[in-house]
Every structure is written in structure tokens, then in C-alpha cells.
Design a protein around this ligand. Structure first.
Ligand SMILES: NC(=O)c1ccc[n+]([C@@H]2O[C@H](COP(=O)([O-])OP(=O)(O)OC[C@H]3O[C@@H](n4cnc5c(N)ncnc54)[C@H](OP(=O)(O)O)[C@@H]3O)[C@@H](O)[C@H]2O)c1
Length: 351
């Protein structure tokens, strides 16, 4: 296969980024992957990917260290900016900057980190940057008309997110809007993709925040959970969307990436028919999902846009992405592959 060119993936060892690196290698790209600690065992899976020995180079880089990003991005035609803190526990100071720290303090690493990546891309004359944003940067807008499906013109209201302490939404909205502001005042070509809740099998050995929610749902631990709808997307479909956003010359602006609207009850019933013996929640209630599915405040805040509490938040459309050629797999496939993966990884007992 002919070489497709050289691209950089930030946060290469993470859940979404690992699948992206795998896809890019399979398509013939040379990949520069940034990781905070190349010697950390949690990044070891990257070197085992097919074609990694010849086509993947890992760079030690932190989002808050501009020079480290420049070293990884130099020589690349394109950059996928995936890295951003996705904490699964409440933060002591979500807005803190902690240079060179592995701490997951949130807003400033996301926002300043994105600007650092974009500046490094300008410096390296990168042709296109695909920024991974989130449904959290789309949905938290109380002023959007209630009967209108949210599309890419809808932005989360930063003040509202701050007032309601939705720090993850603050981080992703500021990072994404800052990226487009930077693009407007520079020559840089920036496209963003906004996935909702991402689930599906993991390539990495450590369990990421969103996989943990599904694992806990299947494993038991929730007495009851809310019955509102949620938007779900398979991690492998997300990375296909990222590749389309990179490769399609006509791609521009933002792309919402969401496949299925499923109530919590639908999801568990589907899982129960496939794997009857797990310890699923026993009750569906109309109590706030944050209090039941996400007793940890921060995880609740992170998921509020995907596992929506507010009915209008769930009405988001991926039509624009589909017009670009995006397709997604059946939800049953996602669930089956995820459960198989959790069993093989030893995080879930065999049913
Ligand atoms: N999972 C979802 O449901 C979902 C939904 C929508 C959008 N997203 C977005 O998708 C992206 C990836 O998320 P994920 O689910 O794959 O989470 P993840 O597995 O936790 O990956 C996050 C990555 O960001 C890196 N990172 C964090 N802070 C960093 C810093 N200061 N410097 C360098 N790297 C840093 C982490 O590196 P370390 O391994 O060193 O910590 C990790 O590789 C994020 O931008 C997230 O906002 C995720």
C-alpha cells in the first residue's frame, strides 16, 4: 500500500486515539503519536499494533509544553488533536494549570493545550487539523428552541456551563470555539468532530472513564437508574468520522458524531437478552440519572450531554457527517464487541 503521508495523533495511548492510530496505520499513514510517558506500561499496546514497528513513532509530549508538541508535529501533513483530560473523579480545581503534571486538572490543559497544538501546527505548516471536541460543546444550551434538533450551529452556553459547574462542557466548548477563532485569524485549516458518549471495545489496558460506566452497568453496582434517552456512538465509528474529516477535501467546520438514541432501559434490556446472567440494575426510575447512574458529581457532569437529563439535549443530528459519507454499525455489534473485550481483558466475568 502506498504511503498516505505523515500525521500526528495527540494523546495516542488514550481510548479513542488508540483506535485512531490503529486505523491510520492500517490505511498506510506514518503516525507520530504523542504520549506523556512513552515508558508507561499503559502505552505498550501501541507498539503491538499492526505496522507499528515500521510506521509508528512515539513522542513524549505534554499539552502544556509547546516545544514538546512542536517536536512531534514537525514534518506532519496533518494532526488529529485528541488529547484532553477526561477525568472520572471530581477535581479539586478544574481550572488549574499544572505544568508538566500528570494530574487531570481540566479546563486550562484542554483550552491552552489546544492552542499550543494549533500554534505548533501553524509553525509546521500542517495542511489540516482535526480537533476532537464533544457533544458537551454542543448540547448545553438552554436557549436553543425546545422543538428544534440541535445541529452544528448549536454551541453550549459557556456561562450556563460555568454557572452549573459543568466543567467538562466548559473545557470542551472553550477549546473548540478557541480553535475556530484561532483558525479564523490564521491560515490554519481546522475541522472539529463532536462525538457524544463513546463506547465499544478498548485497545488500551487501563479502563477509561466512559468504558467504566458501561462496565459498571453490566457488572452491577447500581440499584436503579434513570430512564431518559442517551446518544451513543461506537469508538470505531468515531475514528472513521475523524478520518473522513481529515481526508475529505470538502470537510469544513464542525461535525456532530452520534449514532443511537437509547433509553437506559432499552440499553439494559438489549444487554440482558444477549447476556442474561449479569447483575443489571433492578429498577428504572425517573429520578435524576446523575444521582443514580453517576453518584460521582464529576462523572455526572461529564455525561450530562450524552446521558441527557434534559429532554431537548438528546435531539442532536449527525446528518452533516452522514452527508460526508459517514456510516455507523448496529448497536448490538458495539455491545457484543465491548462485552467480549471486557471479558478477555478480565474486567468482566464470563457470563
Ligand atoms: N469517551 C467519550 O465518551 C468522549 C466523548 C466525546 C468526546 N471525547 C473526547 O475524546 C478525546 C479522547 O477521550 P478518551 O475517551 O479517549 O479519553 P482518554 O482515554 O482518557 O484519553 C485522553 C488522552 O488525553 C491525554 N491527556 C490528558 N491531558 C493531557 C496533557 N496535559 N498532555 C498530554 N496529554 C494529555 C491522556 O494522556 P495520559 O494517558 O498520559 O493521561 C490520554 O491519552 C478527548 O478529547 C475527549 O474529550 C470523548
Amino acid at each position: 500500500m502506498a504511503e498516505k503521508g505523515r500525521v500526528c495523533v495527540t494523546g495516542a495511548g488514550g481510548y479513542v486515539a488508540s483506535w485512531l492510530v490503529k486505523l491510520l496505520l492500517s490505511k498506510g499513514y506514518m503516525v507520530h503519536g504523542t504520549v506523556r510517558d512513552p515508558s508507561d506500561e499503559k502505552n505498550a499496546h501501541l507498539e503491538k499494533l499492526e505496522k507499528a514497528p515500521e510506521n509508528l513513532e512515539l513522542f513524549k509530549a505534554n499539552l502544556l509544553d509547546y516545544d514538546s508538541l512542536c517536536a512531534a508535529i514537525t514534518g506532519c501533513d496533518g494532526v488529529f488533536h485528541v488529547a484532553s483530560p477526561v477525568p472520572s473523579s471530581k477535581l479539586s480545581n478544574p481550572e488549574a494549570i499544572i505544568p508538566h503534571s500528570k494530574s487531570v486538572e481540566l479546563v486550562e490543559p484542554a483550552v491552552k493545550g489546544t492552542l499550543n497544538v494549533l500554534k505548533a501546527c501553524s509553525e509546521a505548516k500542517v495542511k489540516r487539523v482535526v480537533v476532537v471536541s464533544s457533544g458537551a460543546a454542543v448540547s448545553m444550551n438552554p436557549n436553543w428552541p425546545k422543538d428544534q434538533v440541535k445541529d452544528e450551529t448549536c454551541w453550549s452556553d459557556k456561562d450556563y456551563c460555568r454557572e452549573t459547574k459543568n466543567w467538562y462542557s466548559v473545557a470542551k466548548t472553550e477549546a473548540e470555539s478557541g480553535a475556530f477563532e484561532y483558525a479564523n485569524r490564521s491560515e490554519l485549516n481546522v475541522v472539529s468532530v463532536c462525538p457524544t458518549l463513546v463506547i465499544g471495545p478498548m485497545l488500551q489496558s487501563t479502563v477509561n472513564a466512559t468504558s467504566l460506566v458501561l462496565i459498571k452497568l453490566i457488572k452491577g453496582g447500581w440499584e436503579a437508574f434513570g430512564s431518559r434517552a442517551r446518544m451513543i456512538v461506537d469508538v470505531r465509528d468515531v475514528v472513521e468520522a475523524l478520518l473522513l474529516a481529515y481526508e475529505k477535501s470538502e470537510a469544513e467546520g464542525r461535525y456532530i458524531c452520534a449514532s443511537y438514541l437509547s433509553t437506559a432501559q432499552d440499553l439494559v434490556e438489549k444487554l440482558r437478552t444477549m447476556y442474561p446472567s449479569y447483575n443489571y440494575p433492578k429498577k428504572y426510575s425517573h429520578t435524576k440519572m446523575c444521582n443514580t447512574l453517576f453518584p460521582n458529581l464529576f462523572v455526572c457532569v461529564f455525561f450530562v450531554c450524552s446521558f441527557a437529563e434534559v429532554e431537548e439535549e438528546v435531539k442532536v443530528s449527525s446528518e452533516k457527517l452522514q452527508r460526508l459519507g459517514w456510516r455507523y454499525r448496529p448497536l448490538e455489534e458495539t455491545l457484543a464487541d465491548a462485552v467480549k473485550n471486557y471479558q478477555e481483558a478480565g474486567v468482566l466475568d464470563k457470563n
